[in-house]
Design a protein around this ligand. Structure first.
Ligand SMILES: C[S@@+](CC[C@H](N)C(=O)[O-])C[C@H]1O[C@@H](n2cnc3c(N)ncnc32)[C@H](O)[C@@H]1O
Length: 270
């Protein structure tokens, strides 16, 4: 666990479970329309969480097999139940640490990792560990966000301050919520071949009510609100500024508001 972030900035609450599922459901098409694996392929999903991405992976590649690992037993049980509920049986789940994976080298055809590198202290070391478990010629798919890619209307200094609290708190425990922009150099430094990065922008206005609910409110604002106590208790923001910032973020979900955020999807080969 040396390289893992010992405290997970988003925590393991019911609210976070709902947030991960809302996030994945809303973004399934944007992030996964091109995530497809061939029949018979063996794929490691590292840090599967509650299986929010897994349900899309198994549907998109019904003849591939997914081995899904996470360090949280509680999350793994939820992930297993969520995938079973889809009726697909091409995934198995086991508790494992990315830095101590119980698989031989060159074991998997492909690796998939989503929203995990941002929480780990040494993303290059993480990528190298994962690479050792891939067969030569196999692909790795890495998806990460980047909170610095956020902009919205109406703009608000206080809203920015609340987002900055999340960025700072995650950084204090060794994570990096601005990692999306670094996928190309990270994959290159981990000596993967032909890294290719595609930015996936979420644009939200009131003509897309499912994005207003599923992304701006239930994914992004919920994520920022999740660090309220940590931010105020640590003194990096005062309560009044925090409340104004959250109110202003919510204001972007009204009829004339807009919200933008960019995810980065990288694919590279061993
Ligand atoms: C933000 S969640 C993302 C979950 C899932 N990939 C998704 O997109 O919904 C990050 C996950 O990484 C897991 N994780 C963190 N460090 C890990 C490690 N060293 N080994 C395995 N899983 C880890 C956490 O338990 C958590 O479930």
């Amino acid at each position: 666990m040396d390289n893992a972030v010992h405290k997970y900035v988003h925590g393991y609450s019911k609210r976070e479970i709902k947030r991960l599922v809302d996030q994945a459901t809303t973004l399934a098409e944007l992030l996964h329309s091109d995530t497809k694996y061939p029949a018979g392929a063996s794929i490691l999903e590292a840090g599967c969480g509650v299986g929010a991405q897994t349900v899309t992976l198994v549907k998109n590649s019904p003849e591939a097999h997914f081995t899904c690992v996470d360090i949280s037993n509680e999350y793994l049980q939820i992930a297993k139940a969520c995938v079973e509920a889809t009726g697909y049986n091409n995934a198995s789940f086991q508790k494992a640490d990315i830095f101590d994976l119980p698989f031989s080298d060159n074991h998997f055809d492909h690796i998939f990792v989503c929203f995990v590198l941002e929480h780990l202290k040494n993303p290059i070391k993480t990528l190298l560990h994962l690479k050792s478990k891939m067969k030569p010629g196999g692909s790795i798919t890495v998806i990460e966000g980047d909170h610095g890619s956020t902009y919205f209307h109406p703009d608000s200094k206080e809203a920015w301050q609340t987002i900055q609290c999340l960025i700072d708190l995650q950084s204090q425990i060794g994570g990096n919520s601005l990692i999306g922009r670094q996928l190309f150099p990270l994959l290159t430094q981990a000596a993967f071949n032909a890294p290719s990065i595609s930015p996936r922008m979420v644009y939200v206005d009131s003509s897309r009510p499912e994005y207003v609910e599923g992304f701006t409110k239930n994914t992004f604002i919920s994520m920022v609100e999740g660090v309220r106590s940590q931010a105020i208790n640590s003194g990096i923001i005062d309560e009044l500024t925090w409340e104004k910032g959250i109110k202003d973020l919510c204001r972007t979900t009204e009829m004339d508001g807009t919200f933008c955020y960019t995810f980065f999807k990288g694919v590279a080969y061993k």
